[in-house]
Write a protein that binds this ligand. Structure first.
Ligand SMILES: [Zn+2]
Ligand SMILES: [Zn+2]
Length: 275
């Protein structure tokens, strides 16, 4: 089955689903997932998705569990096999979640030369420390953690070479509270828009007992108000059962956004999904 106009629209699909692509998914090619790629694809098709990006961790911080773990050649061969098996039902995009891009510009440039559809830029660390470490919550207040984190993110959005900023307010997962607003967030948004970088709506907090996405709708609306028109949606699944989770809760919000502002990335190009 192929879309009529080269890109799926909701009229092609009927009312089944408002979100056609999960742009942030991990498999066993990430150090923190055991998921088989074929199981991921089956789950995506069952959810009614038409696109999926397999965005494995790529980390250069020696303190990271994923440090030097990713094997590009094995991953690429696996994706080729997957496309042969599932390609008629699902467009499988090659992605990578690159940790702290601002710290590793040369490595990022090398990754950019490889065959990826999308590079997510992610910040998981404040200096040498993983954001989720309990000792950080003992050392600093939530406000201090957010402030330091957003300073790192601001440096990341000043660096070149990635397509989409992932989970803008990542500490929320561990602090279990919503974003504390800082002028820095507006500054981050402005730089995203100026530089044409996409903004991800990451639904994983919805699986962790929180009521809003990462970032939450207010931040997404501020991105839109600033002129941003490149929004992707990702579950950050590490298990097939997590594919597409939280997407239903998002659909009403997404339908309130300007036309052509939500989509996917293919060969580093943003492709809006019409609805
Ligand atoms: Zn991440
Ligand atoms: Zn991830």
């Amino acid at each position: 089955m192929q879309p009529k106009s080269g890109i799926w629209t909701f009229s092609d699909l009927g009312d089944n689903s408002l979100i056609l692509g999960d742009m942030h998914v991990h498999s066993r090619f990430s150090a923190d997932s055991q998921a088989e790629l074929s199981d991921i694809c089956r789950a995506a098709i069952e959810c009614g998705l038409k696109y999926i990006a397999i965005t494995e961790h790529y980390d250069l911080n020696p303190n990271d569990i994923s440090y030097q773990y990713f094997d590009y050649s094995a991953y690429s061969r696996a994706i080729d096999d997957l496309r042969a098996e599932f390609g008629s039902d699902l467009t499988i995009l090659k992605g990578i979640e690159f940790g702290e891009p601002h710290l590793y510009p040369d490595e990022l440039e090398k990754v950019r030369q490889l065959d990826f559809d999308v590079i997510l830029g992610s910040v998981h660390f404040i200096g040498p420390d993983f954001v989720g470490e309990r000792y950080l919550r003992e050392r600093w207040t939530p406000e201090e953690i957010f402030t330091k984190y957003f300073d790192e993110v601001l440096q990341t959005v000043e660096s070149d070479g990635f397509d989409v900023l992932a989970h803008l307010d990542f500490p929320k997962r561990y602090l279990k509270q919503t974003t504390l607003y800082h002028d820095t967030v507006d500054h981050i948004i402005k730089r995203l828009v100026d530089r044409g970088i996409g903004l991800e709506i990451n639904t994983s907090p919805l699986r962790k007992g929180m009521s809003d996405t990462s970032p939450d709708f207010e931040v997404v609306q501020r991105y839109i108000q600033a002129g941003g028109r490149r929004i992707t949606v990702g579950s950050d699944a590490h298990h097939p059962s997590e594919i597409g989770t939280g997407f239903e809760e998002l659909s009403q919000f997404l339908s309130s956004l300007p036309e052509h502002s939500v989509g996917i990335y293919q060969k580093h190009q943003f492709i809006p999904i019409a609805f």
